[in-house]
Ligand binder design. Structure first.
Ligand code: UD1
Ligand code: PEP
Length: 413
C-alpha cells in the first residue's frame, strides 16, 4: 500500500546484484572446496537457490550478507520438478553440474514469464562442448562422456547462455571461444569468481570470451557487485517523486545509460566514486529510450522508466529491443490514469497525472514500475498486489522507501 506524493529524501544502500548472486551460487558447484560469497542480497531467488543446492547435498551457512557454500558432498541428483521451476536462473545448474559431473537433469526453468524465454542458445553451447541432450517430460537431460572445448557463436546475445557456457567450459578439455557473448557486468562478476576458483577465463565483458579448461576448481572468497537494476529503480523513484536521494554502494559506470537518460529529461545527477545523487526537478522533458543489451539501457529497468516517463511533458517513446512484449505493467498503469499506447515493441507514453488504484504485478520489474507510479500519486492509496514478484529482486524495499520518507506498508494477509 502506498500513500504517495512525498518526495524521497536521504540515502539508500544498494545490496549485491541478484543476477550475479543467482549465477555465483551455482558456480560454486564447480569447486571442490568451500566458496564464500560476500555482499549477498536478501532475496527470495537467493533463498530458493540455497534450497536447491542443499537438496543436492551442499552444506550452506549464512551469516548476515555472507554465504559459505561447501559443495564437497554435492551430487548431481536429478531435479525434474520442484524448486527449479520457481526460478529462471535454475538453468545455471545445467552448466555447473555438466562441468563438475558430466551430467544434469533439470526441469525447464520458471521465473518471470512476461514472454516466452527460450534456452536454445544454452543447449547449442552444451552440444558444441560434446554433450548429448534430450527433453523428457519437461526436463532437460544433459550428458557428456567428455567435455571438449569448442568455438561457439551465439545467434542472439544472451546473458544466461554466455554464463552457462563459461560454467561448463571451465572444466572442458582445451579452449572454448564464445563469440557474440553478452557483456553485462554480471558476466564479468561470474568470470572473476571462476578465475579466483582457478579457472582461466579471458575477455569477459567483451564480445569474445576465451575459456581454457582446467582439471579442477577450488574454493575462494568473492564479493558480489552492486545491483545496478535496484540502484536504477531508486534513481527513477527519486526523480519521479521530485526528491533528492543518494544511491550508495554502486558502481556509477554500470549506470551510465540510466544516468544519461535521466539527465536528458532534466534530472540533476551528481556522480561520486561509489554513489550517485539524484535531484528531481518540477518539470521533465519527454525522451525516447531504447532498451538494449549492455552497455545500452537495460530491459530490466524499462518498466520503472515507463512509469517515470508518465511524469514528463509531451510524448515519450520506450522501445524494448531485448524483450518485445515486456509490457505487463502497461494495462495496470492505464488503471492509474496513464496514457500509454502499445505499438509493436514500443510504448508511446503521454505525460499524465496518475491517480491511486488497485493494481497487480505479474512480474518483478512490472512490480517495481507500479511502486514507482504509486509513489508519485498524492490523492489516495495505491494498492500493489503480487508483491512476491518484487521480493525476487528488491530486498528491504518497504524499509528503504520508508526511510526515504515514503508512506508505504505491507498489508498482512
Ligand atoms: C537471471 C538473469 O540474469 N536474468 C537476466 C537475463 O535473463 P536471460 O539470461 O534469461 O536473458 P537473455 O540475455 O538470455 O535473453 C536475451 C534475449 O535473447 C533471447 N534468447 C535467449 C537465450 C536463448 O537461448 N535464446 C534466445 O532467443 C531471449 O528471448 C531474449 O530476447 O538477461 C536478461 C536480459 O538482460 C534480463 O532481463 C534478466 O534479468
Ligand atoms: C527478468 C528478471 O529476472 P529473471 O531472468 O530471473 O526472471 C529481472 O531481473 O528483471
Amino acid at each position: 500500500m502506498i500513500a504517495g506524493g512525498r518526495p524521497l529524501r536521504g540515502t539508500v544502500p544498494i545490496s549485491g546484484a541478484k543476477n550475479s548472486a543467482i549465477a555465483l551460487i551455482p558456480a560454486a558447484i564447480l569447486a571442490e572446496s568451500p566458496v564464500i560469497l560476500d555482499n549477498l542480497p536478501e532475496l527470495s531467488d537467493v533463498n530458493i537457490y540455497t534450497e536447491l543446492l542443499t537438496e543436492l547435498g551442499a552444506v550452506i551457512e549464512r551469516q548476515g550478507d555472507q554465504m559459505k557454500i561447501d559443495p564437497t558432498s554435492l551430487r548431481p541428483v536429478p531435479m525434474p520438478n520442484g524448486n527449479v521451476k520457481k526460478l529462471r536462473a535454475s538453468y545455471y545448474m545445467m552448466g555447473a553440474l555438466l562441468g563438475r559431473f558430466g551430467e544434469a537433469v533439470i526441469g525447464l526453468p520458471g521465473g518471470c514469464n512476461f514472454e516466452p524465454r527460450p534456452i536454445d542458445q544454452h543447449i547449442k553451447g552444451f552440444e558444441a562442448l560434446g554433450a548429448e541432450i534430450s527433453n523428457e517430460y519437461g526436463a532437460i537431460h544433459i550428458r557428456a562422456k567428455k567435455l571438449q572445448g569448442a568455438k561457439i557463436y551465439l545467434d542472439v546475445v544472451s546473458v544466461g547462455a554466455t554464463i552457462n557456457i563459461m560454467l561448463a567450459a571451465s572444466r572442458a578439455k582445451g579452449a572454448t571461444i564464445i563469440e557474440n557473448a553478452a557483456k553485462e557486468p554480471e558476466i564479468i562478476d561470474v568470470a572473476t569468481l571462476l578465475n579466483a576458483m582457478g579457472a582461466k577465463i579471458k575477455g569477459a565483458g567483451t564480445e569474445t570470451i576465451r575459456v581454457e579448461g582446467v582439471d579442477s576448481l577450488h574454493g575462494c572468497r568473492h564479493s558480489i557487485i552492486p545491483d545496478r537494476i535496484q540502484a536504477a529503480t531508486y534513481m527513477i523513484a527519486a526523480a519521479a517523486t521530485r526528491g533528492d536521494v543518494v544511491v550508495d554502494n554502486v558502481i556509477p559506470k554500470h549506470l551510465e545509460a540510466v544516468t544519461a537518460k535521466l539527465q536528458e529529461m532534466g534530472v540533476h545527477i551528481y556522480e561520486m566514486d561509489e554513489s550517485i545523487r539524484v535531484v528531481g526537478q518540477p518539470e521533465y522533458e519527454s525522451v525516447d529510450v531504447k532498451a538494449l543489451v549492455y552497455p545500452g539501457f537495460a530491459t530490466d529497468i524499462q518498466s520503472p522508466m515507463t512509469s517515470l516517463l508518465t511524469q514528463a511533458r509531451g510524448t515519450s517513446m520506450m522501445t524494448d529491443y531485448v524483450y518485445s512484449n515486456r509490457y505487463k505493467h502497461v494495462p495496470e498503469l492505464l488503471r492509474m490514469g496513464a496514457r500509454i499506447k502499445l505499438e509493436g515493441r514500443s510504448a508511446i507514453i503521454e505525460g499524465s497525472k496518475l491517480s491511486a488504484a488497485k493494481v497487480t504485478a505479474t512480474d518483478l520489474r512490472a512490480g517495481a514500475a507500479l511502486v514507482v507510479a504509486g509513489l508519485t500519486v498524492s490523492n489516495g492509496v495505491t494498492e500493489v498486489n503480487g508483491v512476491e514478484y518484487i521480493d525476487r529482486g528488491y530486498d528491504f524495499l518497504v524499509d528503504h522507501l520508508s526511510r526515504l520518507g515514503a508512506e508505504i506498508w505491507r498489508e498482512k494477509l
